[in-house]
Design a protein around this ligand. Structure first.
Ligand SMILES: C[S@@+](CC[C@H](N)C(=O)[O-])C[C@H]1O[C@@H](n2cnc3c(N)ncnc32)[C@H](O)[C@@H]1O
Length: 362
């Protein structure tokens, strides 16, 4: 926990690495994962629960132990003697008595939070932003859903993928023999899913290390794709040659916060604007690859206008300047919701997602 908190390590990278070095049995690994990811998500709520009884500052190890203990007591409803004993037992030094005393008081006191942001454990600005983007009720449902562990589903070819991504693959509507260019393809979930439908897929990613993941996934699933290390703003594909283009763009990721437990504490509020500008470039370059009648699908696992409606509006303007005429297609129907010209999936059992489609006229 202190590596995640103080050293900036990514929870979903550091924990699997530590577990791979340990000799814990599967059940204990699952429990450790649940506690580490859960405590990371619920950090703000846990801090509130313990700060009521803490006099002065706690050093990072004591703070981490207090959060873990509070998480088990309040969110996992672990019996107090077990939660307190296990947490104190894992600690050495003078912090033990503080942790013991504070956790005992947490277990006796009523659970109360001053506001929704603390209760649901998100930074204030994310709570406000989601309420603005989704409306208060959907935002609350989304935040509750993203505090739960991600549910995954396994495709017929063994690839583990969120159902929201599978809905994006369906929306692309690739047919056997179609040339599909996936310009932001790594790790290849959607590219291999499109290849599984018989499409001839060109899968590019800007980073070589990530492009290798696409190759590995293509060979593991048995769905071959043509991989290329390339910036999607200058894709090495003949203009006018693609039946379908997928721009599954890098984004601020508000819709997949449950998958990355520490992401809510890291996203900076300038990310949507910065990434929105990159997404416009990616969509404009993608449109150029389409044959007349071809369809571009733009998807991001986030919400908001900077990434989303504004990106599509600007891309349409820019395409017209380049003498490319494009039509915006109707958002796909259920389970997508139409909002502001975009199709939106509010996180529930799936990740959250936004999608729009453009057809090149001639
Ligand atoms: C949301 S992920 C794509 C997920 C992928 N489509 C899948 O389904 O497995 C976005 C990807 O875009 C890549 N990326 C970022 N900037 C890029 C750029 N300018 N050109 C191409 N790829 C880029 C990132 O390396 C990342 O792998």
């Amino acid at each position: 926990m202190t590596r995640i908190e103080s050293d900036g390590a990514y929870a979903n990278l550091v924990l699997p690495e530590l577990l791979s070095e340990s000799d814990l049995v599967d059940r204990d690994r699952r429990f450790v994962t649940q506690v580490v990811y859960g405590t990371t998500r619920m950090k703000r709520a846990c801090d509130h629960l313990v700060d009521r009884f803490l006099l002065g500052d706690a050093d990072p190890k004591v703070r981490a132990a207090l959060r873990i203990g509070a998480y088990q007591l309040v969110f996992l409803e672990t019996p107090p003697h077990a939660a307190v004993a296990a947490t104190v037992g894992a600690l050495s030094g003078p912090g033990r008595s503080v942790v013991n005393a504070v956790l005992r008081r947490v277990s006796d006191a009523p659970v109360e939070f001053p506001d929704d942001a603390t209760r649901l454990s998100y930074p204030d600005w994310i709570v406000q932003r989601l309420a603005h983007d989704l409306g208060a009720d959907d935002a609350e449902d989304a935040m509750v859903a993203m505090n739960r562990a991600a549910v995954t589903s396994t495709r017929d070819d063994g690839y583990i993928q969120d159902p929201a991504s599978q809905l994006v693959i369906e929306a692309v509507a690739a047919e056997p023999g179609h040339v599909v260019v996936d310009t932001c393809a790594a790790p290849g979930g959607k590219a291999t899913g499109l290849a599984a439908r018989g499409a001839l897929v060109v899968a590019g990613d800007r980073r070589a290390s990530r492009t290798r993941l696409v190759m590995a996934n293509a060979s593991r699933t048995g769905h071959p794709v043509q991989t290329v290390v390339a910036d999607g703003r200058q894709p090495p594909v003949r203009p006018g040659s693609a039946d379908r283009v997928l721009v599954d763009a890098p984004c601020s990721g508000f819709g997949s916060l449950r998958r990355r437990p520490d992401a809510r504490w890291r996203i900076d509020d300038e990310a949507p604007g910065r990434l929105g500008r990159l997404q416009v470039e990616l969509v404009v370059s993608g449109l150029d690859l389409l044959r007349p009648g071809g369809i571009l699908t733009y998807s991001v696992c986030t919400f908001g206008d900077d990434e989303g409606a504004a990106v599509i509006a600007e891309a349409i303007d820019r395409a017209a300047e380049a003498d490319l005429l494009v039509d915006r297609l109707e958002p796909p129907s259920e389970p997508w919701q139409a909002r502001n010209g975009m199709a939106v999936l509010v996180p529930a059992d799936t990740d959250g997602m936004m999608l729009a489609q453009l057809r090149r006229r001639f």
